[in-house]
Write a protein that binds this ligand. Structure first.
Ligand code: 4NP
Length: 134
């Protein structure tokens, strides 16, 4: 199974989701990307890294922007929120083979302007949803 997690900046939610899913399924190909390009090449937000570390999970991910090739490279592309999903639908190429869905139908809220408790909350939500993928 090849899964791409997508959020806006690729520094908070999607790198967390990538690391959690890869930890649960070491044999899967798991990556993450952002619809935006502001944080290309950057390490995940330190609050995401701290929350992952609390759960014994490490990541070496660097920010990247989602590309048309991702729609054939992955079996499943999981958007963090409804806006991410709309942005992905807008760039989805005609030859896309990947299924495109929300990780959680309720959406994973953007924690960027919130405190560490928001990162703990999205970790719980992301972990629960990732455990439902098989
Ligand atoms: P993310 O959070 O989409 O979960 O990575 C954000 C990070 C950065 C920005 C927005 C959301 N930003 O506007 O720079």
């Amino acid at each position: 199974m090849r899964v791409l997690m997508v959020c806006l900046g690729n520094i908070c939610r999607s790198p967390m989701a990538e690391a959690v899913l890869a930890h649960l399924h070491p044999d899967w190909t798991v990556d993450s990307a952002g619809t935006g390009a502001w944080h290309v090449g950057e390490r995940p937000d330190r609050r995401t890294l701290a929350e992952l570390k609390r759960h014994g999970i490490a990541t070496t991910h660097r920010g990247r922007q989602v590309s048309p090739a991702d729609f054939t490279r992955f079996d499943l592309i999981l958007a963090m929120d409804a806006q991410n999903l709309r942005d992905l639908q807008a760039i989805r190429p005609a030859d896309a083979t990947a299924r495109l869905e929300l990780l959680d139908p309720d959406g994973v809220p953007d924690p960027y302007y919130d405190g560490p408790e928001a990162f703990a909350a999205i970790y719980t939500q992301i972990d629960q949803r990732c455990r439902m993928l098989a």
